[in-house]
Design a protein around this ligand. Structure first.
Ligand code: ZN
Length: 211
């Protein structure tokens, strides 16, 4: 079954090249997609062996950190930008509404420091390159990413540079979060018994005609 906001799986699959885990999760069982998926699974397994887990934990530690950051003048939007965690999630953790988060989310929030939020400062570009590479691996071209980042060029001017501005690093964090989350949400298993409108195929076809 498909929830109304979800695109049909086949449409989503088309957007991702073979040899990507996303395409595998869309149901493709070709050799290239299978290899991409096993690479992911074995990476996760070795991270787990190293003790890097991603369990659901109490959000209290993160909430306290948000309180501390706020006292130091760092607001929720800055934390969201610096951590790549959605603003809504940050807001709900801060208000205490959200009581549990993933460890990976906790780590990202805890990694935010007051200094990291100064836009003009320079940061190591390697993490940003890794995020861009991950998106390229999912089939996004540099040209498309550049446009989505709001630049006009065919490439991302700070890609593969040792030092980049914190502002650009945040831009990429946000875009990565947005695009990867989009894919994950669309692929999330649907709870049995949940009623949703059938996807409006006629509208989807009309959209394609316009595009
Ligand atoms: Zn495939």
């Amino acid at each position: 079954m498909t929830l109304p906001y979800m695109k049909p799986l086949a449409d989503l699959a088309e957007r991702h090249a073979h040899g990507t885990r996303t395409r595998y999760r869309c149901g493709c069982r070709c050799l290239a997609c299978g290899l991409a998926n096993s690479a992911y699974v074995s990476t996760r397994a070795s991270l787990k062996a190293l003790g890097v887990t991603d369990y659901v934990v109490s959000a209290e530690l993160a909430r306290q950190h948000l309180v501390d950051l706020r006292k130091a003048g760092v607001g929720k939007r800055s934390v969201s930008a610096a951590s790549g965690v959605r603003h809504e999630t940050i807001a709900h953790v801060a208000s205490g509404l959200k009581k549990h988060i993933r460890e990976s989310t906790e780590r990202r929030i805890m990694a935010v420091t007051v200094e990291a939020c100064a836009d003009g400062s320079y940061v190591d570009g390697r993490r940003t390159d890794a995020l861009i590479d991950e998106l390229r691996g999912e089939g996004f071209t540099l040209r498309l990413l550049s446009r989505k980042l709001g630049f006009k060029g065919r490439t991302i001017h700070f890609y593969r540079r040792p030092l980049i501005t914190a502002k650009n690093a945040l831009r990429v964090e946000r875009l990565h979060q947005l695009l990867m989350e989009d894919a994950t949400q669309a692929l999330a298993p649907v709870k049995a018994g949940r009623r949703g409108r059938q996807p409006r195929r006629a509208d989807a076809a009309a959209d394609r005609r316009v595009a």
